[in-house]
Structure formats: structure tokens, C-alpha cells
Ligand binder design. Structure first.
Ligand code: ATP
Length: 535
């Protein structure tokens, strides 16, 4: 699938716009248009319904070690700065970056890729951040060696394309967009938290951060939740909300943005069963994406190898999707499911933790023997009423991005096929094949012609549908053109009022994917659409 076509459809039909477009846009920020807002809302609502509202705590879910409860939270975006010191974000939440001294551009160290090229004894690492990296590298190498396109085969390419962090000597690198060699600085740390200031005085004491994840709000409220409800372990807290990261190179449409929305669960359980709960959530979350229509051959569950795990984790898996903007065979993360042990609750109780020589977590002490960062000092342990046992719960964290899920759904839906036009001639049509549950508009209603009482009947059906679903009314232009517009919006069903409606009270329902048309009584239309949408 051609990503440019999807990006242009998103803009043309009102799924996504660049933020502040009339001022030239702002890199890493996006606005959802009238169709996009409904699509993303449907994804968020499907998540909340499936994970929280419809969860039955009385019945054991398939594959779960036992029954469990789920509750929700909605926390503030700005939290006490100490939260980020204890969580580790203040010191550790950074990416490595390199600067180009010549162009003043800044790149994420691991995102610059390239390949060694040699010509007449000169060897150079041709670096790129372009999507079509092979093409870009070839053109950049020709530029560097001052060769014409027809002389490109004189360049000898060595080894595979690798990321810049595999290159030891940066003086041999021809940076993206530079005109001379060796312009990149050594890599440096760059903290990804966006800063702001609370209160009238701009000082270090008033410095605050926009949250880089929603998770911490659920940890710091652990005691509030157990004290104010009757939830018992095992239970999960769910939250949907905005997060912010000052990404060095936002790119790939909404995939890497600076403002995005997360859908996160913190699931608290007994340490003895945490491994089983981890496996349950990993598999359950993977199944959720296929239930929304993402093709299983484009989805992948990638268990992190032990060396990639955080020091406190005994298991993490990423749920990944083969986004069309990635090179063939590469996948991008949709969601991370992590076993976080007792790291988070202990950090907020005790303070900043580090791993000791025995591999256990302990309070990090400074040269003066005092903790480098104290925790809240509050008791965040849990006491089991029945056994009387007191313990610090372990946490499983399925952390999904609402924008990445929306982008995957948009990529998956984009289809071009052949369909007959008004005169019966076959034409290419663009159709967004959303799962009916996610489609922004569920049904469109058309009078075949704007006379003979057809608009009146159509408007009545439209009014009835609108009580239940997002519906759309259209009486302008040839009916074939109206169908095409709905195909592009991904509307699964189109209802047409025609001459026969006036005789026998039936209307046609056209199916977006099969193009089948069936007749139903106009009085039954709402129920019929409900049956087809809700399955
Ligand atoms: P990546 O490695 O792609 O930067 P991450 O591993 O840092 O992602 P997490 O911290 O695990 O991401 O965040 C959980 C989820 O939040 C991700 O799986 C993704 O869906 C979403 N997410 C994270 N960063 C961004 C971003 N910059 N833009 C959009 N979504 C994001």
C-alpha cells in the first residue's frame, strides 16, 4: 500500500490534519478531523468496553489464572515532580541524539541508518533518515563521490544497511542533508519529558513536567483505589489519556508524535502468580487487535530477549504491526506488555531504586550514604484479608497507544478494488474497509432522486438511525458518486430510498465490502443496521 495515498485521503476526507496547518504546521502534532475523531473515539471506546465495562469479575476469563476485577481512573497530566524522580523518568527517560554541525539538524542516534560505500580508495558511511533509504543512499553517494547517475555502478557498497550506533568513528560519516563528511557530533543524552512551569514565578522550584506516560497516576493512586472501593487483588486499573514526549525526530505520520494518547492498564497481582498473569495479558491484548480486524499476518508478538529487559522485569512482549511505511519485514510497536515486578510501588514507597550485585532492587544511596531520592514514605503494600499475608503486589502493564492503533486500523482498511460505476463500467474504487464497530459513520441514507416524496422517507430513516448511530444523509449528485464518497469514509452500509419504497415500503441496504444489495422494510432498517454493526 502506498502511504502517500493514505495520507492524502486522511487529509482530503477529514481523518487527520497537520496541527496548526495554516501556520505551516508543527512537527509531531496532529489534529483529528470530523471522521478521524469518530474513528479514534470508537477505538478508545472499544478498549474501555472490552477491558473494563464488559469485563465480568464473577466469571473466569478464558486463559486467566483466576477471576479478577477492573476499575478506571482519570488522573491529572501534570503531577508532583517527585513522581518522575522516583519513577526514574527524570534521570533515565532519554534517547541518544547526534547534531549535525553543518546543517544544525538533530537526529535520534538509533534512527540514522546507512551503509559503507567505497569509490577509488575512499570509504565513507552514507547516512540517511529517508523512508526510501536505499534510493536516498544511492543518490547521496553519487553526490558525495561527484558521480553522475549512469556512473552509480562504480560505487562499491559494503556490508548491510545498519544503524549509526554501530559505527565507531563518526568522522567517516556523510550525514543526511550535509554536503561534507564528518559533521556529526558524538551522541548525547536528551531527556524526552516536556517541561512547563506551574505558578506565577518561573523558577526551578516551580518546574513541572507533562506526563510522558499515564502509568504513574495509577501507581500513586494504588492505595486510594483499594481504600475507596472493595477491589481485591488480583485487579487492574485502566486509564486513557494524553501523554507527551519531546521526540527528537517525530515521523511516520502519527506513529511518533510529541502529543499522543495512551490506553494503559496496571494489573496488580500476587508475586507467585505474576508470570501467569503476564502471559494472560500478553495473549489477551494480542487477540484484541485481531478482533478489530487487523490481519494476523501483519501482526506480531515479539518477546524481548533477556538482555533487552528492564532490570526489574521478568518478561516483556511488544505487539507489533507491519506498517506500510516501514521497510519490508520490519514491524512497529503498537503496544508493550510488561511484567514490572514490584518496581513501581516500591519506588513510590522507598525512593529511587537500583539493582545491587545480587540482582535485587535496593535504594540508591549517594556518596553521603543518604538516599539520592526519597519516596513518598507511604505504605503501598497490600494485606490479603483471608490469608493475612502482607506483600508488595507485582504489576503487569499492557500499555497501548490510541494513535498507533488508529493508524494501524487506517492502514489496514485502505483498499483499492474494481467496482462498476453508474453505467456499469468497471472502475477503481478506494474503500476504507473498517470493522463495522470502528467505522466512523455506520450508515448513510440516500433518496435515489430529489423528488416524488423520496427525500421525506429518507430523512425519517436518517432521524431514526441518528438516535443510535452516527449516520449521514446525502441527496446530492448521482447515486454512484454518493456510494463512492461513503466507500472512502468507510461507511459499511448505505440505505437507498427508491421508486419501489413508495410502493412496498422497502429500501435497499448496500454492503460496502461485498456490494450486495438487499431489500428490507424501512421500519426494520434501524434494527437491521444494529444487527449488522454489533454482529
Ligand atoms: P517506541 O520504542 O516506539 O518509542 P516505547 O517503547 O517508548 O515506544 P512505551 O513507553 O512502551 O513506548 O509506550 C507505550 C505505547 O505508547 C507504545 O506502544 C505506543 O503505542 C505509544 N507511544 C509511545 N510513544 C509514542 C509516540 N511518540 N507517538 C505515538 N504513540 C506513542
Amino acid at each position: 500500500m502506498d502511504m502517500d495515498k493514505l495520507v492524502s485521503l486522511c487529509r482530503r476526507r477529514g481523518f487527520l490534519f497537520q496541527s496548526s496547518e495554516i501556520y505551516g504546521g508543527l512537527s509531531g502534532f496532529w489534529d483529528y478531523g470530523p471522521l478521524g475523531v469518530e474513528l479514534k473515539r470508537n477505538i478508545r471506546e472499544a478498549w474501555w468496553l472490552d477491558m473494563v465495562t464488559a469485563h465480568n469479575e464473577l466469571v473466569k476469563s478464558p486463559g486467566a489464572p483466576s477471576t479478577y476485577e477492573m476499575v478506571g481512573l482519570d488522573c491529572a497530566i501534570i503531577m508532583h515532580p517527585q513522581v518522575w524522580k522516583c519513577s526514574g523518568h527524570y534521570d533515565l527517560f532519554h534517547d541518544m541524539m547526534v547534531d549535525c554541525r553543518q546543517t544544525k539538524h538533530r537526529y535520534r542516534y538509533d534512527q540514522v541508518r546507512g551503509r559503507w560505500a567505497e569509490h577509488r580508495g575512499q570509504r565513507v558511511f552514507i547516512a540517511t533518515v529517508a523512508e526510501h533509504e536505499a534510493e536516498d543512499m544511492s543518490q547521496r553517494a553519487q553526490k558525495f563521490f561527484k558521480l553522475r547517475a549512469k556512473e552509480a555502478d562504480q560505487i562499491v557498497w559494503q556490508g548491510e544497511t545498519t544503524s549509526l550506533d554501530k559505527v565507531k568513528d563518526l568522522s567517516q560519516v556523510f550525514a543526511p542533508e550535509a554536503t561534507e563528511i564528518g559533521t556529526l557530533t558524538e551522541p548525547r543524552e536528551f531527556n524526552l519529558m516536556l517541561e512547563t512551569c506551574c505558578g506565577a514565578i518561573k523558577s526551578d522550584e516551580n518546574k513541572a513536567f507533562l506526563r510522558p506516560e499515564t502509568a504513574q497516576g495509577m501507581f500513586v493512586n494504588f492505595k486510594n483505589v483499594t481504600d475507596s472501593t472493595r477491589v481485591k487483588i488480583p485487579f487492574g486499573i485502566a486509564q486513557i489519556g494524553k501523554s507527551f514526549r519531546n521526540e527528537i525526530t517525530p515521523r511516520n505520520f502519527t506513529f511518533r508524535s510529541r502529543e499522543f494518547e495512551q490506553m494503559e492498564i496496571e494489573f496488580f497481582c500476587h508475586p507467585d502468580t505474576s508470570r501467569e498473569w503476564y502471559e494472560f495479558w500478553r495473549d489477551r491484548r494480542m487477540a484484541w487487535y485481531t478482533s478489530l480486524g487487523l490481519a494476523s499476518n501483519r501482526l506480531r508478538l515479539r518477546e524481548h530477549p533477556p538482555e533487552e529487559l528492564s532490570h526489574y522485569s521478568c518478561g516483556t512482549a511488544d505487539i507489533e504491526y507491519a506498517f506500510p511505511f516501514l521497510p519490508p519485514g520490519e514491524f512497529g510497536e503498537l503496544e508493550g506488555v510488561a511484567h514490572r515486578g514490584d518496581f513501581d510501588l516500591r519506588s513510590h514507597m522507598e525512593g529511587k531504586l537500583v539493582k545491587n550485585a545480587a540482582g535485587c532492587l535496593e535504594l540508591e544511596l549517594g556518596a553521603d550514604g543518604k538516599p539520592v531520592q526519597k519516596g513518598s514514605g507511604r505504605d503501598l503494600t497490600y494485606r490479603d484479608d483471608i490469608s493475612g499475608e502482607r506483600f508488595t503486589p507485582h504489576v503487569i502493564e499492557p500499555s497501548a497507544g490510541a494513535d498507533r492503533a488508529t493508524l494501524a486500523v487506517l492502514c489496514e482498511a485502505y483498499t483499492e478494488d474494481q467496482a462498476p460505476d453508474d453505467k456499469g463500467a468497471m472502475q477503481t474504487r478506494v474503500v476504507m474497509k473498517f470493522h463495522p464497530r470502528l467505522a466512523p459513520v455506520k450508515a448513510a441514507v440516500f433518496p435515489l432522486v430529489k423528488k416524488d416524496g423520496m427525500p421525506e422517507v429518507a430523512k425519517e430513516i436518517y432521524a431514526a438511525l441518528k438516535q443510535r448511530f452516527i449516520a449521514f444523509y446525502d441527496e446530492k449528485g448521482a447515486v454512484g458518486r454518493r456510494y463512492r464518497r461513503q466507500d472512502e469514509a468507510g461507511t459499511p452500509f448505505c440505505i437507498t430510498v427508491d421508486g419501489q419504497t413508495l410502493q412496498d415500503g422497502t429500501v435497499t441496504i448496500r454492503d460496502r465490502d461485498t456490494l450486495d444489495q438487499s431489500r428490507v422494510k424501512s421500519a426494520d432498517v434501524v434494527e437491521e443496521i444494529a444487527r449488522r454493526v454489533e454482529g
